[in-house]
Design a protein around this ligand. Structure first.
Ligand SMILES: NC(=O)c1ccc[n+]([C@@H]2O[C@H](COP(=O)([O-])OP(=O)(O)OC[C@H]3O[C@@H](n4cnc5c(N)ncnc54)[C@H](OP(=O)(O)O)[C@@H]3O)[C@@H](O)[C@H]2O)c1
Length: 307
């Protein structure tokens, strides 16, 4: 079958022939319809992530949408994080217990674009972030996580959503996602988001330190990524003076059941038309080009690969 293949850590994948997957006990073969290309896929392939150097060669793709016996499913893989192949192939293996059956009417490509980015946004807001109705949320970045977080904060009852993104294109995406206020990352957060309850932060670095200035005493700051910096210049006095709660979040801490519940919620919102992120479709045959565009930040939203 045709598959994207990482042959050496740090190198982009190329299209190759790969043996058909052979399921072990508890595994099923998924006919892949759509596989999103995410920052995590690139990070794992570098061999510099906290998952270590991946065993090569391997098929990348930590998630996908496909069919099992004709039924639409979303499925995760551990590609790049543990030995084994991922979703960027005609067919992929998944653990039966990880499958999430999708509702009728779901668009496989739109659902793949949401995927784990929306799971992170939803769970970081509601579970880790303890979002309560009426609260003010700051969302940094308007990639897939940011766009989903703006919409999901609304759906969870947030009173006000302040979004910040570095590019005008990102700010336009945040406006379309329904943020009440949209600013640049160098904005005076203490003014535009004064008294915010929750900071949803996939960026870290200087933007997160600036946005944290707006949090109220006891405010919560949930970090789920480091797109703007691996470190962040936050002062001890800011954390202490307001008794801020700074928490890390990763999808990898979720149980299969928590993840399935989040995907089911996301799929329902997607079918209802209340949740979507910008995306573009590219064929598997163009995987090397897609990889380069995601790496350089020149993609028009989430790239979704299709067979
Ligand atoms: N913890 C988890 O479980 C989890 C799950 C999913 C994602 N994440 C992490 O969350 C982050 C965002 O993921 P995503 O899916 O939204 O990625 P994405 O769709 O590729 O979007 C990346 C976003 O980050 C912004 N950005 C990139 N570099 C930046 C910089 N130096 N300064 C400021 N903004 C910058 C981009 O802004 P422009 O649009 O202006 O280019 C874009 O809005 C990534 O670090 C990812 O690894 C974590």
């Amino acid at each position: 079958m045709r598959a994207a293949l990482i042959v050496r850590p740090g190198q982009p994948p190329s299209l190759a022939d790969r043996d058909e997957p052979a399921p072990s006990s508890g595994e099923v073969v998924v006919d892949v319809l759509a596989a999103p290309l995410t920052p995590l896929d690139l990070l794992c392939a570098t061999g510099t992530s906290y998952f270590g150097v991946p065993t090569t060669p391997y098929v990348p793709g930590v998630q996908g949408v496909g069919t099992v016996d004709g039924r639409a499913v979303w499925f995760p893989t551990t590609a790049g994080m543990a030995p084994g192949d991922g979703s960027m192939a005609t067919r992929a293996l998944a653990r039966q217990e990880d499958l999430v059956f999708l509702p009728d009417g779901v668009d496989p490509v739109a659902m793949a674009a949401l995927g784990l980015s929306a799971v992170a946004a939803h769970t970081a807001l509601t579970w880790r972030g303890e979002l309560a109705a009426g609260e003010t949320v700051i969302v940094l970045g308007a990639g897939a996580v940011g766009q989903a977080a703006i919409q999901l904060a609304r759906l969870a009852g947030a009173g006000r959503v302040v979004a910040a993104a570095r590019s005008e294109a990102g700010r336009e995406r945040a406006r379309r996602a329904g943020a009440d206020v949209v600013v640049a990352l160098d904005a005076d957060f203490a003014e535009v988001a004064a008294g915010a309850d929750l900071l949803l932060d996939p960026l870290f670095g200087a933007p997160a330190a600036a946005a944290a200035q707006a949090l109220r005493p006891g405010g919560r700051w949930v970090n789920l990524g480091g797109s703007a910096g691996e470190t962040c210049p936050v002062s001890s006095s800011l954390l202490r003076s307001r008794s801020l709660r700074l928490s890390g979040y990763t999808n990898n801490e979720l149980t299969a059941q928590q993840r399935a519940e989040a995907i089911t919620t996301i799929a329902r919102h997607a079918v209802e038309g209340s949740l979507a992120v910008d995306h573009e479709v590219m064929p598997f045959a163009d995987v090397a080009g897609a990889w380069a565009r995601q790496a350089s930040g020149s993609a028009n939203g989430r790239i979704v690969l299709v067979p």
